[in-house]
Design a protein around this ligand. Sequence first.
Ligand code: AMP
Ligand code: FE
Ligand code: FE
Ligand code: ZN
Length: 291
Amino acid sequence: MPVRPLFAGPADLHTHSRVSDGTESPSRVVRQAAAAGLGVVALTDHDSTAGWHEASVTAADVGITLLPGMEFSARLGFQSVHLLAYLFDPDNGALNSETARIRESRLRRAESIVRRIAADYTLSWDDVVAQTTPGATVGRPHIADALVARGHVPTRSEAFAGILHPRTGYYMPHYAPDPLKAVRLVRAAGGVPVIAHPATRGLDAMIDEKHLGELVDAGLFGLEVDHRENSEEGKVRLRELADMFGLVLTGSSDYHGEGKPNRLGENTTPDAVVQAIIDEASGSAPVYPRG
Ligand code: AMP
Ligand code: FE
Ligand code: FE
Ligand code: ZN
């Protein structure tokens, strides 16, 4: 007897809410995903699972499949590497102490960036707090919103292109584990790791075969190829690397609400890849529509 599949796409596996640097509540992100015609959505806030419960309740209500996830901040040398992690155990102690450490460092770093900016522009820490939901993972987008509210720049994107750009001199990094540690932590928590937007900086800056091979040996499962910030030549290379290392390829929007132009469903992941991620995971279950 044929088994009815538990979900049907289209699937968007990378979105942000106010729990990190998106502009909408987790519930609204899920509602918007359903309204956009998606059948599957993953909530992947930076370094936090605080939106999972709210997103799960809404997903069950609106009848969309939810993959609980996270975008885990890592760094290789000077390059930031973002690791999408799906369906891990949200109560895993080792993973939670690492993300707590990252969130704390992000907070101190944001305070330092604001102190530097305040030497040249009218800007206070309270301005940033006013743009941030309590408990959220703080990032440059919140500082950008404070700069917009103060009238120093017209949009978030212009803040990133100017005052918040590493070149401009106010920027500071935050603590982040190396990607190998991040992959191991996600796997140990039963999750499935996929490198987010791996080709945003041109072929030379892309992760090399040696490092990628190490991540694959540690359990890396996929590469996010269809993402608006990956270059076209980078996507070609990512497909070659996925073939070479036996990795799945995902596609997603990296929706941040009004914080970025990215629209829900602008890139999607095939159902077979979603199923492979679900089958690979042992830390938590998707939320399927009732019935
Ligand atoms: P941070 O992690 O604090 O260094 O900030 C990086 C975050 O800012 C990433 O999650 C991006 O999604 C977001 N971001 C980067 N560039 C822009 C932009 N031009 N407009 C809005 N958000 C951006
Ligand atoms: Fe973000
Ligand atoms: Fe990212
Ligand atoms: Zn993201």
